[in-house]
Each structure stands twice: as structure tokens, then as C-alpha cells.
Write a protein that binds this ligand. Sequence first.
Ligand code: ZN
Length: 133
Amino acid sequence: MDKIEHIGIAVKNITEANKIYKSLLGYEHYKTENVEREGVTTSFFSCGDSKIELLEATRPDSPIAKFIEKKGEGIHHIAFSVSNIKDEIKRLKKEGFRIINEEPKKGADNKLVAFLHPKSTSGVLIELCQEIE
Ligand code: ZN
């Protein structure tokens, strides 16, 4: 794994959360992106080498809606960047981690992504992401 690429935060209202994180960080988010397949709107703030990804559900069956229903707003996942996501999935599977997406899928911010189940990572949803070239 190369670095923490971003931290994903589930929010109820992304317009409000954008204001909060703008005040916190001292600058605006640099993009907003709708990932309809996942039922989320995302916005990204850069922070040094990493990013903050805010996630708002766009429909009730979205994973973010379910997360907020269960746990409330808060940290939803931590994403690590990897140079070869398929190799990394193979390696982690061998190590015994529960892989949610054995086949990486297209995520926000021009990335191929795959998730590891929190049950196998001390309670934290882990995202692997590889930049699409
Ligand atoms: Zn993410």
C-alpha cells in the first residue's frame, strides 16, 4: 500500500458538510461527483497528499443511507492507494481478509476500487484504490 489516499466521511447533507469542512480546512472542495450506481454524491477536499471524501446518499437503499441509519454521521472508510489493485486483492485474500469486491469496480475520482469487510479489519471498512490511467 502506498499511502492513505483519502478518508471517507458519511454525511446527511453534503451542502452543509461542505461548509463545515471549508471552515475547518480553510479552502473549498475541489470537486463534486455523483456515483449513481452506488447511490452517492461525493465531494473532495485535498489535504496535503491525501483527501477528505464526503459522501451523501442519493437514495434510501444506498450503502451510505444504511450506514447513517445504523451509526449516524462519521468516518465511513479509509482508502489506501495501491499501484496494482488486482495483485493487492490476491495478496490480501491469501492473508485471510474478507474481500467485498473481488473484481475491482469504477469508483469516484477516476479510480478502480475494492473494499475489505470491516469484520476482517478491526471494524474499519477499507477501500483499496488504483488510479485509472
Ligand atoms: Zn472512498
